[in-house]
Each structure stands twice: as C-alpha cells, then as structure tokens.
Design a protein around this ligand. Structure first.
Ligand SMILES: Nc1ncnc2c1ncn2[C@@H]1O[C@H](COP(=O)(O)OP(=O)(O)OP(=O)(O)O)[C@@H](O)[C@H]1O
Ligand SMILES: [Mg+2]
Length: 164
C-alpha cells in the first residue's frame, strides 16, 4: 500500500507528522520489537522537519537537533524510547555493527532513520518508507508500507487523515 500527499509548507509537514504520530502510537501497542521508518529525499527535502514534528507530537518538548555528527539521538517518550538516526556521514555500513545497531532493533522502540541508503547491507529493513521530493513551494510525500506492521500502520494513518 502507498499513500501520496502534498505538503504545501512546513506547517503542513508538521500537521502530517502529528497524524502519523497518532497512528504510530496506536500501532506500537501491537508491536514487540517496535517500528522502523526510513526517510528518503535529497539534502533539504524536509526529513528532519518531519522527525521533529513526530517527536513533538509523541510528547518531546525540547529541541530536536539533527544527529548528523553523532549519527543517533535518543528520546525518552511516554512509554516508548525513540531513536533518530542520520546516517549521512556514515563512512561505511559496517560502522553500524560497532555502534550496536542490532540492540536498537530488538527493543520495542521507534527508529526514525534519515539517509538509510548509507547503511545498506547492515541496516535492518523498515516498516514504512517516507520519500520526500522538493516540489516548490512545498514537498511531495510518498509513504510506502514495507512490512505487515507497516501496512497496519499505513491503514491507521489513512483513517487518521480521513478523520481530520
Ligand atoms: N513541506 C515543506 N514545505 C516547504 N518547506 C519545507 C517543508 N518541510 C520542510 N521544509 C523546509 O526545508 C528545509 C530543510 O528541511 P530539513 O532540515 O527538514 O531537511 P532534511 O531533509 O532533513 O535535510 P538533510 O538531508 O540536510 O538532513 C527547512 O528550511 C524546512 O523549513
Ligand atoms: Mg536532516
């Protein structure tokens, strides 16, 4: 299943993120090993903006900085730990082994991953892939479910958007 939308400005991205956050909250209750979302798109496509909206909607009140140099930033949200990865500066996918990437995927956590292509071969697969494309003045977004959990999540997102 795939969902397409147009996010006319940053506010539209944040609004979209709040709908996705509500769907995520519901779907995470059915998961034991959490959920993974890949964010694709060129530099400046709006990946971090969506992550910021998601983390805020999930109850994080502080800043959301891009974890470009640290590769991962942890967030302790109500009940569920979240990890925001930005793999842009990852030199070699093998580095992920050294940072214990598996551990992040074994717990019931939310993983948001910018530039997942850099981890290809080692990074576990995603449940949902969000692709952003600059189409001025805003961004086109395409969301694809890439697992059974992802399908259930996308279903909930669709219900959420239809209801608002
Ligand atoms: N829907 C939107 N419409 C217009 N501008 C947007 C939208 N979403 C985000 N932006 C703007 O795009 C710029 C880049 O956003 P952001 O930092 O989220 O991109 P990114 O994809 O994370 O980039 P990078 O690959 O460098 O990490 C910001 O100035 C942000 O305000
Ligand atoms: Mg970013």
């Amino acid at each position: 299943m795939t969902l397409c939308d147009y996010l006319a400005d940053e506010a539209a991205s944040l609004d979209f993120a709040s709908n996705l956050a509500l769907a995520l909250k519901r779907q995470l209750q059915h998961e034991q090993r959490g959920l993974t979302i890949f964010l694709l798109g060129t530099l400046g496509a709006g990946k971090t903006t969506l992550c910021r909206g998601l983390l805020r909607s999930l109850g994080h009140s502080g800043a959301v900085k891009s974890p470009t140099y640290t590769l991962v930033e942890p967030y302790e949200l109500e009940g569920v730990p979240a990890y925001h990865f930005d793999l842009y500066r990852l030199a070699d996918a093998e580095e992920l082994e050294y940072m214990g990437i598996r551990d992040y995927f074994e717990q019931n956590s939310l993983r948001l991953i910018e530039w997942p292509q850099r981890g290809e071969g080692i990074l576990p697969s995603a449940d949902l892939t969000v692709a952003l494309d600059v189409q001025l003045p805003g961004r086109a977004v395409t969301i694809e479910a890439t697992s059974a959990s992802g399908e259930a999540l996308l279903q909930k997102l669709q219900e959420q958007i239809a209801g608002t």
